[in-house]
Design a binder for this molecule. Structure first.
Ligand SMILES: *[C@@H]1O[C@H](CO)[C@@H](O)[C@H](O)[C@H]1NC(C)=O
Length: 272
């Protein structure tokens, strides 16, 4: 009997030591220095993701989802999720065949919409939760370690005063070990998970309602089947301007450089 109690106590201790007991998004943010060992979150949202996935087995699915809404997939910055920073996007699934999925992501700032459209795709992964395995959709990018030399190629950084640098310097958490991105969790088709692609409620007749449907209006919040979102299309014009200005706004510049090393190519299912 005593042995059983001691054993149970040890098991409890071990599981406590190994799983993180956060409850709020602020608790996740407090782990920053444990997650980013080199102190730089540039293009490193794969580490936020792995930190949550490392601990998902002891979380309710709703907690997993909450924590994934606590950072920006593009900039890596901590985010306080709310109705004004939830963006609706329709992105290609990596499984091919020109199939797209509509979902949501929380961002620090609007330019992430443009960077998402250019580089982020959607894939699945089944993860353990306290309620058993759950399949989720995740935001994924290509593995930069497929072309590791690109991380060490000098380039001119025109912003913040201008200087010559490398991605290895600017995105210090992006490290390759034997062709793998260190600390990354890969999706079902082998891409780097950088956040969750949140489900939105679906109805037979998916409805987007805005006070005025005319034109585009960055910052406008719409209702999508009962959920408040900013629709990606509001930013179409701003994304074009930003591209014309060399992507000079937002924190996505380093993200873009890392994501374009090995962009995800989706093969069309053509019956030839
Ligand atoms: C995830 O868990 C592995 C194995 O315990 C650990 O090496 C890694 O540092 C963890 N990653 C993060 C981001 O917490």
């Amino acid at each position: 009997m005593r042995l059983i109690i001691i054993t149970a106590f040890c098991v409890l201790l071990i599981s406590c030591a190994h799983s993180w007991q956060g409850e709020t998004v602020q608790d996740l943010h407090a782990e920053y220095s444990n997650i980013f060992k080199y102190g730089n979150r540039n293009a490193a949202s794969h580490l936020w993701s792995t930190f949550i996935l490392n601990n998902s087995a002891s979380m309710q699915p709703s907690q997993v989802e909450l924590f994934f809404s606590g950072f920006c997939a593009v900039s890596g910055s901590p985010v306080r999720p709310n109705d004004y920073n939830r963006y609706l996007l329709t992105l290609p699934l990596v499984s091919g065949g020109d199939i797209k999925r509509t979902g949501a992501m929380h961002y620090c700032c609007w330019p992430c919409v443009c960077d998402t459209q250019d580089f982020i795709r959607v894939d699945t992964l089944t993860i353990p939760t306290i309620d058993g395995p759950r399949q989720y959709h995740f935001a994924v990018v290509g593995n930069p370690c497929e072309n590791e030399e690109a991380l060490h190629k000098p380039f001119h950084q025109p912003f913040y005063g201008g200087r010559d640098t490398t991605l290895a310097q600017e995105a210090r958490e992006v490290r390759c070990v034997d062709g793998k991105l260190a600390g990354a969790t890969m999706s079902d088709h082998g891409f780097v998970i950088i956040s969750m692609f949140f489900d939105l409620p679906e109805t037979d007749n998916n409805a987007l309602t805005t006070t005025t449907t005319e034109g585009t209006q960055p910052g406008r919040v719409s209702d999508y089947n009962g959920v408040q979102v900013q629709h990606e299309r509001e930013y179409a014009g701003w994304c074009v301007d930003r591209a014309n200005n060399g992507y000079n706004s937002g924190m996505g510049e380093i993200f873009r450089k890392v994501a374009e090393i090995s962009p995800i190519e989706i093969h069309q299912r053509l019956d030839l």
